[in-house]
Design a protein. Structure first.
Ligand SMILES: [Zn+2]
Length: 208
């Protein structure tokens, strides 16, 4: 894979930071947001020194050591020739949490042009499939990419009515809510897979 190397030495941004010190917590910072999941007194952690060069992400060495590439496509919820949609973990605390990934071992910056052109319409298809579940107000699409080198988009369903869960703290709330019953989780997966397969590909979630 041909992705730009991370810097080897701290640049101006890092040299400017008060490494080792505790940053101040402004009164109007995130802890004051209506959507912040916690209450009480907070302080910011001390800023750790940078780690350069950064450690490899999972699968950085290539497809033969990538968990996505090694996972049989039949274990996906849905797949076509170039993309797959997978469940995340073995439980869910939202109406749905799914992961859209190319089948080829690419990150975003080296995604082939044909795949990149498919991405917009495909994200729309997955969002529509998740929105069609009962009680879903919004689908948040997230791409971080710090943990694994294989491109993966998280799609998280925000429950309708839970305005306290709006925005960027949804992944944190997802850790705190009670788990969705297993059969309900599987039914959501079957419905998402069937909705996608209606426009192409195979709904593997329906065959197990
Ligand atoms: Zn891979």
């Amino acid at each position: 894979m041909d992705t730009p190397a991370t810097p080897q030495e701290p640049g101006a941004f890092l040299r400017r930071l008060p490494t080792g010190e505790r940053l101040p917590l402004p009164a109007d910072s995130v802890t004051a947001w209506d959507t912040f999941p916690f209450e009480g007194d907070f302080r910011v952690k001390r800023l750790r020194p940078p780690v350069l060069p950064e450690p490899d992400r999972a699968g950085e060495g290539g497809p033969e050591e990538c968990r996505t590439c090694l996972k049989p496509v039949t274990q996906a919820l849905w797949a076509d020739d170039h993309w797959r949609l997978d469940e995340v973990g073995t439980e869910s605390r939202l109406p749905a949490v799914v992961m859209l990934q190319p089948r080829g071992h690419h990150d975003l910056s080296d995604l082939p042009a044909e795949r990149a052109a498919e991405l917009g319409p495909l994200l729309q298809r997955v969002e529509r499939a998740v929105l069609a579940l009962d009680g879903v107000a919004r689908v948040h699409v997230n791409r971080w990419g710090d943990g694994a080198a294989h491109l993966h988009f998280w799609l998280l369903a925000r429950p309708a009515g839970l305005v306290q869960l709006r925005g960027s703290f949804l992944p944190v709330w997802e850790e705190l809510l009670p788990p969705v019953p297993e059969e309900e989780r599987r039914e959501a997966h079957r419905r998402i897979a069937a909705a996608l397969a209606a426009d192409g590909g195979t709904a593997h979630a329906l065959t197990r």
